[in-house]
Design a protein around this ligand. Sequence first.
Ligand SMILES: *[C@@H]1O[C@H](CO)[C@@H](O)[C@H](O)[C@H]1NC(C)=O
Ligand SMILES: *[C@@H]1O[C@H](CO)[C@@H](O)[C@H](O)[C@H]1NC(C)=O
Ligand SMILES: *[C@@H]1O[C@H](CO)[C@@H](O)[C@H](O)[C@H]1NC(C)=O
Length: 472
Amino acid sequence: MAAELRLGGAALILALLFSISSHCWLLTASSSSQDLQILNAERRIDLNSHIVKVFLTLKIENTGTSPVSEVLLAFPPTDIDRLALVKAAVTAGKRKKKTYLPLDVKPTEIPDAPNGAKFFSISLLNPLGKDENATLEVLYVLTHSLEPFPMEISQPESQLVYYRDSALLLSPYYVKQQTTFIKTPSTKVESFTRLESTNRVGTELKYGPYTNRAPYSFSPIIVHFENNNPFAVVEELVREVEISHWGNLQITEHYKLVHAGARHKGVFSRVEYQSRPAFSGVSSFRKILARLPPRVHSVYYRDDIGNISSSHLRTDYQKSELEIEPRYPLFGGWKATFVIGYGLPLQDFLFESSDGRRYLNFSFGCPLADTVVDKLTIKVVLPEGSKEPYVVTPFPVEQHLETKYSYLDVVGRTVVVLEKKNVVPEHGSPFQVYYNFKPIFMLAEPLMLAVAFFLFFVASIAYMHIDLTLSK
Ligand SMILES: *[C@@H]1O[C@H](CO)[C@@H](O)[C@H](O)[C@H]1NC(C)=O
Ligand SMILES: *[C@@H]1O[C@H](CO)[C@@H](O)[C@H](O)[C@H]1NC(C)=O
Ligand SMILES: *[C@@H]1O[C@H](CO)[C@@H](O)[C@H](O)[C@H]1NC(C)=O
């Protein structure tokens, strides 16, 4: 960046800058990958749902002489598109007094990485000095990483899937000791790769401990196991959040839901399904839970045919739960398209910041439990007359502005459009949309109505008057 900005300057300065910056780069690259070593790595892979969660505890040590402030995480190139989220925290204190301080994680490029490995860089709060150690907790989430095999199953069959990984942590650092635990949803495991120190007890598979492995060590494994948990994927979700300063927040959500597991083959027997649901259709799902904020009102749920009344709403003071039941159970490859709408009290979500701007504080992500959203669009419709919208999100999202006209609008409403791919439940954290608004605009619509009525009144009097004079 710095070098780019000065491109227009003298060639000498440019050459000088370039040599300095490339020198710095070499320094950081060498200090970050050779001077760190992993004393202990513990990986816990949770394969219970169709969303793969990996909890990684890394104890790192700086064996070099200069302080290190970046720690690299490596991923195989095939994982990058499936990686929905990477989070990291540093732990301090022991046992009960343990505290977690979140750390910044960013994708980064390392040229000439072996086997096309891709990287994320974790920024430490305080650089790690010579001979110092630190413990990092990392969570990453992978979607579409369980491959159904067989690819097609009939109604009564269980769903089996493959999970592929490495028994050794892919890491740019030397790893002194490491262990990997894989948790399967049941004890029904068809097969798994056996290596040295491989152990299976109940629903847990253990690889390791392995000691003293060189950087970028890799040892492929494959686990074939039963997973009948709902493979609920929303291919596309559009959530519209409309702010009305008259006290309401109106939410409309358009879903394209699909069962992304093994494809259903053969005919579907509803009789069979209804008489023995536990056996006939284990891989299917018929209900899905939507977690909505407390104090929702005017909830509706409809599809292309019309309103669906078989949904149930439970509310308490902390949350609301809407149980959605499509018209038919979903088997592998089947889809359901539907709309959910609800209203919320504005004062729960709209606030005034210290500089006098208003802001919406609302939850990102998808209200459906344990669901992957391939493409999520959130449209925040601001009241007419709102200016200078500004968005704060806890992770990067694409954004642009649109204008929406509804009846009685003169200049139209600004719509803040946020888009994100590969969204998982861990993305359900609050985001904010700040904007400026002059209260006088609130009078625009009633004023227009009044003027319209007045004109209508005048016009009808005039008309009647004319009418009378003509009949005489
Ligand atoms: C890690 O550092 C602490 C002090 O910072 C030290 O007491 C401990 O022995 C170190 N652990 C290892 C394994 O080097
Ligand atoms: C569906 O329900 C909503 C809200 O309860 C209602 O306003 C609408 O008229 C209903 N539509 C049909 C087609 O029944
Ligand atoms: C947004 O709401 C959450 C709770 O839902 C709260 O923890 C957070 O502090 C709020 N953020 C702002 C900026 O008001």
